[in-house]
Design a protein around this ligand. Structure first.
Ligand SMILES: Cc1cc2nc3c(=O)[nH]c(=O)nc-3n(C[C@H](O)[C@H](O)[C@H](O)COP(=O)(O)OP(=O)(O)OC[C@H]3O[C@@H](n4cnc5c(N)ncnc54)[C@H](O)[C@@H]3O)c2cc1C
Length: 530
């Protein structure tokens, strides 16, 4: 029998820890954090949902489902507020129909029917959105909601070894896509933390950021051309290594979050798998001197593949440190040449800022010393841990941004102060920690993690208040409302203030041209029709 995904959390139903295991985890975590219950709550059973408002035509019945499990599974992404609501059995806006097209023709047929029925259409990849990007909260003007799940479009269709590119269907999940490319000795090398359950189409639609810190780690840079279906016709760009022909059709679709078209496939840039690696964990007495070292590294032309500065408190929480120092997880890799000389130069640079390093590894990242390995394990476990946090009454939230180096120190101090104040006002206690996920020659992308005691039943109000305070702080201090998590429905108020008004009008115009009834993902980036 096929494994079923948890309808409320991360991973498969059969991965949910047994009650005794959960109790042990709860005991350990609550002792370590100093809050949270040692008695975990059970998820509510899946409730009976309101009857669907739409019925697909007979011609599409075989690929459409309207059972409660399927509708619940497609009701939310995987943000903290999504998990809390689904955990408690609260499904206020389930989609009416979930379609599973098996090829592009079926995507087109579902789209045509849904638009003619007056429905809203939500493109759905892996459903790992953390910003309300797939939630069918679309208002009352639509006859219902049809969610189009693209995961059956999961094949690598073509590989061009000469240009090092591959044509891949949009619904391919990270592991499947990498396994198929691996048969050709190639990799897309795009590893967001949600890699296991997110798709190529979702990455393109949200401008996702991979796990590497510099150079080609954003999906933006890996896309060569895109094919998408819109209510007004197909949108397919030419395969080109670069083009100066006006506004890029790809760049308009990248980050369109399902509002301009349904991405069915893309040509992406691939590369040979790396054969040479080096990694090290570098300690700094404080985050500020680590940030200075990272700035120098980011401007040195060395371009480390990993350059993740973790503050002392976060290093302690992930067991990568003891709380007395900030940790820089540094890594280099190449398919072509030994990277030790680069690592030596990078470590020299770190020592100029007081950095001290541990044993260096030459293998996979995580073999560069115990702290790097501990951090890597914590990184991989984190998505599962979020479910446990909900069960034991710990509010866990992340927010991420980017800022230029000249403003970083002031920005970081202001954002930390405001976010910590909000956490204390709302929860009484808790922590706000920071790491850099990506670094550029002109600035870092800081990523903040909040852990705080939640009041059971009141978590959503607590979350909303903290989220608003953090978002206000980021915007007021000059950052972007998101560096790689996208806008969705949750970031709209701040995104609307961040973007130029003339650009907003241009985007509305583009949408009106390709989606005249406003069917595609209403409320994301652009207001729904009223
Ligand atoms: C634990 C966790 C870790 C994460 N780590 C990262 C990270 O490291 N980096 C990062 O960038 N993000 C991360 N995210 C956020 C999320 O995984 C990304 O936004 C990801 O790109 C979403 O892909 P998906 O396939 O799950 O898309 P979905 O969640 O299904 O959809 C996201 C958006 O894209 C649209 N969409 C999806 N597929 C298509 C398509 N084929 N055509 C048009 N529109 C489409 C949807 O309508 C929606 O607006 C993380 C999320 C979680 C829960």
């Amino acid at each position: 029998m096929a494994r079923r995904l948890k309808h409320w959390g991360w991973g498969f139903e059969d991965e949910q820890p047994a009650p005794e295991e959960l109790r042990q985890a709860a005991q350990f975590l609550s002792e370590r954090l100093g809050f949270g219950s040692s008695e975990p709550e059970e998820p509510a059973p899946l409730p009976a949902l309101s009857p669907p408002r739409l019925q697909p035509p007979d011609s599409l019945a075989a690929i459409c489902r309207s059972d409660d499990y399927e509708r619940a599974l497609h009701s939310y992404g995987r943000s903290y507020s999504d998990i809390v609501r689904a955990f408690r059995g609260r499904f206020d806006h389930p989609p009416d129909v979930v379609a599973h097209p098996r090829d592009e023709g079926e995507v087109a047929a579902v789209l045509e029917w849904a638009v003619s029925a007056g429905a809203a259409v939500i493109p759905f990849g892996g459903g790992t959105s953390v910003v309300g990007g797939v939630e069918p909260r679309v208002g009352d003007v639509y006859a219902g909601v049809v969610t189009i799940d693209l995961k059956a479009l999961d094949r690598v269709l073509e590989v061009d070894p000469v240009s090092r590119a591959a044509r891949i269907q949009a619904g391919a999940l990270g592991p499947s896509l990498e396994q198929q490319l691996g048969e050709h000795g190639l990799t897309l090398r795009h590893f967001p933390q949600s890699f296991q359950f997110s798709t190529l189409g979702g990455w393109i639609a949200t401008r996702s950021g991979g796990h590497f810190a510099t150079l080609y780690t954003h999906i933006d840079d890996l896309v060569e051309s895109i094919r998408a279906l819109t209510p007004s016709g197909d949108w397919e760009s030419r395969r080109l290594p670069g083009s100066g022909a006006g506004v890029s059709p790809d760049r308009l679709l990248i980050g369109s979050e399902g509002t301009l078209g349904i991405i069915s496939e893309a040509w992406v840039r691939v590369r040979p798998r790396p054969a040479h690696r080096a990694s090290a964990g570098v300690r700094f007495t404080d985050f500020g001197s680590g940030a200075d070292a990272v700035r120098a590294l980011s401007q040195s032309g060395l371009y480390p593949t990993n350059c993740r500065l973790i503050d002392a408190a976060e290093a302690a929480i992930t067991r990568a440190g003891d709380g007395s120092y900030a940790l820089l997880v540094l890594g280099f890799e190449s398919a072509d040449h030994d990277v030790e000389p680069w690592m030596s130069l990078a470590l020299d640079c770190c020592s100029d800022f007081g950095g001290a390093w541990e044993r260096r590894g030459a293998g996979r990242e995580g073999e560069g010393g115990d702290s790097v390995g501990s951090w890597r394990d914590a990184f991989l476990r984190a998505p599962y841990l979020r479910d446990t946090f909900v069960a034991i009454g710990v509010l866990s939230e992340t927010f991420e941004t980017a800022i230029t180096w000249d403003r970083f120190a002031e920005f970081h101090a202001a954002v930390l102060e405001r976010a910590r104040a909000a956490v204390h006002e709302v929860c009484g206690t808790g922590s706000v920690t920071c790491r850099f996920t990506h670094v550029y020659p002109d600035g870092p992308a800081p990523y903040y993690t909040i852990l705080a005691p939640a009041r059971r039943g009141d978590e959503l109000a607590q979350w909303a208040e903290i989220k608003a305070a953090a978002s206000e702080a980021v915007l007021a201090a000059g950052g972007t409302i998101t560096h790689h998590h996208a806008i969705g429905r949750d970031h709209r108020p701040w995104y609307d203030r961040q973007r130029p008004d003339a650009f907003a009008a241009a985007l509305r115009g583009a949408k009106a041209a390709v989606d005249p009834t406003g069917a595609l993902n209403p409320g994301v980036l652009i207001d729904p029709v009223s």
